[in-house]
Write a protein that binds this ligand. Structure first.
Ligand code: F0G
Length: 398
């Protein structure tokens, strides 16, 4: 069953519907977990090991073996900050971001519904993932990208997997509005995270974190927030496993935004339940360059209900954290993902995070998604002839 998160109106699972027809709010799938957690044991460690908890037809699954991502204990960085730190590395998914979790479920639903065209607006990663899964499913794929604001790796993926790419003169919010209008006219099936089936895939990040910690909740989950789907999905996942009795506690959901694109943090700091859109969002973390997040209600509910928090970080803090994670722990992430680490540092400094807390930072996309930003952050390699004497001298002088 699909239910409106605001007015509770109910809709059938097979209705192609993105927002509530009665009040216009966002929708969610309602599913009860009626299996024991032992059923997951011994299965291949991917997203579909949780198939009983995902409300789609398992004979129609379109998968690239997503999920089951690394869960790295980061003692060097954790000790420096005085916390017990784990990093959930979502860049290890097939197309290099957490979007693959949402897309395997969304594309499976598309096959169930028998659609022939799928589409999304994207800051990059959603389009890369959609293009790959549409190729695997054999469906036509249309993506709208904000012109000049999509990192190179993501653009390469969307184009190479055969999506029809439109470079929109406008920002992500405007591209999404246009794409949604076309979906409502039934030209295509919309696979942005306003589609509640996307979040049914992404909630498995929450499932895995609890499982990875030996069926315990961390004190806190920290992640970047853009369109606000992922924080909502992870909260749904951990809540479902908590309600099923698989864990005894729930984590505090902590959403980090870039200073130039922070409607959710603004709303949180005022205690509001809805955001006031940011007109011209701007940040180096182009993945989260979003001013009007569609899942604002769900995200703010997640933060308030979990006794969580929201904070902003500057572009400089993001780039510093990106380098810190890469150089102390060997984990390469794109700028938006580093917002979670930058947020951790800032909240430890502000005393919001207590010493000794067990924290999971979700890092959402791979370093190679945005090679230009990575290269610009480094000094150029030294040009030198392959002459052993010169090389020896250079290395010994270091
Ligand atoms: N991190 C990365 C790497 C992302 O690509 C995104 C969103 C987020 C974090 C934020 O997640 O939107 O669920 O709050 N990227 C979308 C896209 C908007 O089009 O790829 P969110």
């Amino acid at each position: 069953m699909i239910r409106c998160v605001s007015c509770g109106a109910e809709y059938d699972d097979d209705e192609v519907i993105y927002t509530c027809e009665k009040c216009g709010s966002v929708l969610e799938l309602v599913s009860d977990i009626d299996v024991s957690k032992d059923v997951f044991d011994g299965r291949k460690d991917n997203l579909w090991k949780f198939k009983e908890c995902i409300p789609v037809d398992e004979t129609k699954i379109v998968s690239l073996d997503e999920g089951g991502t690394p869960f790295c204990k980061c003692d060097k960085l954790g000790d420096e900050l005085g916390v017990n730190l784990y990093v959930k590395v979502e860049g290890s998914n097939p197309t290099g971001s957490f979007k693959d979790r949402g897309m395997t479920v969304g594309m499976t639903k598309a096959m169930e519904l028998g659609v022939n065209t799928v589409g999304c607006a994207s800051t990059g990663n959603t389009s890369a993932s959609l293009a790959a899964y549409a190729a695997r499913a054999g469906l036509r794929c249309i993506v709208f990208l904000p012109s000049g604001k999509v990192a190179l790796g993501k653009l390469a993926q969307a184009m190479f997997h055969g999506a029809e790419v439109m470079s929109i003169n406008g920002n992500f919010d405007e591209a999404l509005e246009a794409m949604t209008a076309l979906a409502l006219e039934k030209h295509l099936y919309l696979l942005n995270s306003i589609n509640p089936y996307r979040l049914e895939g992404q909630k498995t990040i929450g499932y895995e974190i609890l499982r990875d910690l030996g069926w315990q909740a961390p004190d806190r989950i920290i992640l970047p927030v853009g369109n606000a789907g992922n924080i909502s999905a992870i909260w749904k996942g951990v809540s479902e496993f908590y309600n099923a009795g698989f864990v005894k506690d729930l984590p505090m959901m902590t959403g980090i935004q870039a200073e130039g694109a922070c409607p959710v943090t603004n709303a949180f700091k005022k205690g509001d339940k809805r955001v006031v859109p940011v007109e011209n969002p701007e940040t180096i973390a182009t993945a989260i360059r979003i001013g009007a997040p569609v899942s604002d209600i769900k995200a703010l509910n997640a933060i308030y209900d979990s006794n969580g928090y929201s904070e902003t970080v500057s572009d400089e803090e993001i780039l510093d954290a990106q380098k810190l994670l890469a150089r102390t722990e060997g984990i390469g992430v794109e700028p938006a993902s580093a917002a979670s680490i930058a947020g951790l540092k800032k909240l430890v400094g502000e005393g919001v995070i207590d010493k000794g807390e067990t924290i999971t930072c979700v890092v959402t996309g791979h370093l190679l998604k945005d090679p230009n930003t990575a290269i610009e952050a480094c000094t150029k390699p030294t040009e030198v002839d392959a002459d052993i004497d010169t090389l020896r001298k250079l290395l010994m002088d270091e």
